[in-house]
Design a protein. Sequence first.
Length: 328
Amino acid sequence: MAGTGAAALARALLAWAMLALPPAMPQPCRPPEVKEKEARFNTTYSDWVNADLLNIYAFNHSVRRNRTEGVRVSVNVLSDHKDLPVLFVVRQKEAVVSFQVPLILRGLYQRKYAYQEVSRTLCQPQTKAEVETQHFYVDVSTLSLNASYQLRVTHVENFVLRTNERFSFNATAAQPQYFKYEFPEGVDSVIVKVTSAMAFPCSVISIQDILCPVYDLDNNVAFIGMYQTMTKKAAITVQKKDFPSNSFYVVVVVKTEDEVCGGALPYYPLSRDALPGTLGEAPTASAPLPPRVVCWGHTVRLQRAEPPARAFFQMTPWTSTTGRRRWR
C-alpha cells in the first residue's frame, strides 16, 4: 500500500508541476539576412538563396530621351524545389515585375507546365531629361533550405523595329519577347507580319500600347490590345490614330499547348495534382512534344510601300489593282 500511495503522490506532483509551467511563448520570426550588391549588365551571377537570406542586385543604366533601349532579365533556377519556388521581384522607377521559378503556366483543363528558365523584358519608363541615370533592383528570395540560381541582365538587341531591317529572335512560353515600333512621319498605318520556320508551337502576336505593365504571358496576353494566334504566319494592320504615342509594342508569346492553333493535345496524367517538371517531361499520346518548346527563326522585317505607306514583316507586294495592294 505504501508503494501505491507513493506512486499516486508522484503522479499528483507531476501534474501540478505541468500545470504550474507558464505557457510557451511563440518565438519571434527572425528577419532574413539581406545582401545587396552592385551588379552589371552582361554578367552572369551564380548564387544561392534560402529562407534566412535575401539577395538584392542593384543595377543602373543611362536612359536618353530620344533613344529607347530594352532591358531583359534572365534567370535559371538550378535547384529542383517545386513546392518552394524562388521568387524574383524587379523594382523599377514606375513598375514592379515579379515571377516565381519554377514558373507555372496552365493549359486547358487546368493542366500545369513548369519552367525553370524564365526571361522577361522590362517595361521602360519614359524620361524628360536629355540623359537620366535610372536604377532598378532585382530581389531574390525563397522559403527553401537552399536554392541555387543564375541571373543575367542584358540589353535587348533590335528592340526598336525599323524599316528594311530584318532580324531573328527566339521565344518560349516562359521567355516571351516584345519590341517597339514608332510610326515615321507621313505613315498612317502599317501591317505587322511575323513568320516562323515551323508550324508549331502555337504562338500569339499581340499589339499593345506603350504602357506598363506589358501583358506578355500566355495567361494574360489577351487582356489588352489586339492579338492573333499563329502557326507559321501572322499579319495585323495597325493604324497610327489608335496610339496617342505614335508607337506600339509587338508582343510574341508562345502558348503552352498547340490545340488553339489546331495542333494535337498532349497526353496528361490523370491525377490533377501531378506536375511535370518541365514542359517536355510529360508523356504525350499521338505527337510527342519537343523537349523545349521554342519558336525558332521568327524573322522580322519592316518595309515601306508608297502609296499607301505600310510597314511589315517579310511581306512582299504581289500585284496592284485599282489602287489596292494584294499580298502573298
